[in-house]
Design a protein around this ligand. Structure first.
Ligand code: NDP
Length: 234
C-alpha cells in the first residue's frame, strides 16, 4: 500500500532513515529539510518548521505533488544544553518552539486532510529524556514529555475518525545529535541500558514504520520505547 508520508527533519539522522525505510516499502515520501540540500532520491521541501508560512507552503507543495499527507512523522528536533543557572530563557523557548510547538503546527495542518479522509497516522519522535529528565537538558526534557500530552490529546480528538497518534521514545541513538556527548555521560547512559549499547536510527525507523502501518491499527496514544531498556518502566 502506498501512502503519502511526510517526515519533518528528514534530511539526516533518524528522520532520513525513517524516510528511506518508508520509501523502500513503497510509500510516497516527502521530507522537510531546513539546511543543505534535499536527500538524493527523496522528494524534499525546504522548510523550517518553526516558520508558520514555510510550513503552510511546504504542505501546499507536498499536496500538489503527492496528495494530502496520510502519515506524518514529526521528527525535527534540536538540543541547546546547559545547566539551569546558565540556561537562557531564549534557549529554553527555542527548544520548546522547535520540538513541541512546531510538532503541534505540523500535526494540526496534517490532521485537516486526515479528517477529510477519515484515516491517518501521526507519529511523534520524543525521547527517554522527557521521562527520566536529564541534567543540562531541562528544555529538551520538557519539550519531549510535552509531546506525550499532545499525542494523547490528539488520539482522543482524532480517534473517532480512524486517525492514530503515537509517540516513539528513543534512547541513545547514534546520530549527529549525540556526537558532542561526553564519553563520561555516554558510558553512564549505556550502563543504564539493559542491552548495554546505543541504538541505531534503523532500529527507531522499524518502530515508526510499525506505528504508521496497518498492523498498528488499534494502537493509539501509546508511548513506545526504543531504548534498549534505558528508562524502562517510566
Ligand atoms: P539530528 O540532529 O541528526 O537531526 C535533527 C533533524 O531535525 C535534522 O534533520 C534537522 O534539520 C531537523 N531540524 C531541526 N530543527 C529544525 C527546524 N526548525 N525545522 C526543520 N527541521 C529541523 O538528530 P536525530 O536524527 O538524532 O534526531 C531526530 C529526532 O529524534 C529529534 O526529535 C530528537 O530529539 C530525537 N531523538 C534523538 C535521539 C538520539 O539519541 N539521537 C534520542 C531520542 C530522541 P537540519 O539538518 O536542517 O538541521
Amino acid at each position: 500500500m502506498s501512502r503519502t508520508v511526510l517526515v519533518t527533519g528528514g534530511n539526516r539522522g533518524i528522520g532520513l532513515t525513517v524516510a528511506r525505510a518508508m520509501a523502500d516499502a513503497g510509500d510516497k515520501v516527502a521530507v522537510t529539510y531546513r539546511t543543505g540540500t534535499p536527500p538524493e532520491g527523496l522528494f524534499g521541501v525546504r522548510c523550517d518548521v518553526t516558520d508558520p508560512e514555510a510550513v503552510e507552503a511546504a504542505f501546499d507543495e507536498i499536496e500538489a505533488q503527492h496528495g494530502p499527507v496520510e502519515v506524518l512523522v514529526a521528527n525535527a528536533g534540536i538540543i541547546r544544553d546547559a545547566l539551569v543557572p546558565m540556561l537562557a530563557v531564549d534557549d529554553f523557548a527555542a527548544v520548546l518552539d522547535t520540538n513541541v510547538v512546531a510538532a503541534f503546527r505540523v500535526a494540526k495542518r496534517a490532521s485537516e486532510g486526515m479528517l477529510k479522509a477519515r484515516w491517518g497516522r501521526i507519529v511523534f519522535v520524543s525521547s527517554v529524556m522527557g521521562f527520566m529528565g536529564s541534567p543540562g537538558q531541562a528544555n529538551y526534557a520538557a519539550s519531549k514529555s510535552a509531546m506525550l500530552g499532545l499525542a494523547r490529546s490528539l488520539a482522543w480528538e482524532l480517534g473517532p475518525r480512524n486517525i492514530t497518534a503515537n509517540v516513539v521514545v528513543p534512547g541513545l541513538i547514534e546520530t549527529d545529535m549525540i556526537s558532542d556527548l561526553s564519553d563520561r555521560r555516554r558510558d553512564e547512559l549505556v550502563r543504564q541500558t539493559a542491552l548495554r549499547r546505543t541504538g541505531t536510527a534503523q532500529e527507531v525507523a522499524s518502530v515508526v514504520r510499525f506505528l504508521a502501518g496497518d498492523d498498528a491499527a488499534f494502537v493509539t496514544g501509546a508511548a513506545v520505547p526504543v531504548s534498549g531498556g534505558l528508562a524502562m518502566g517510566l
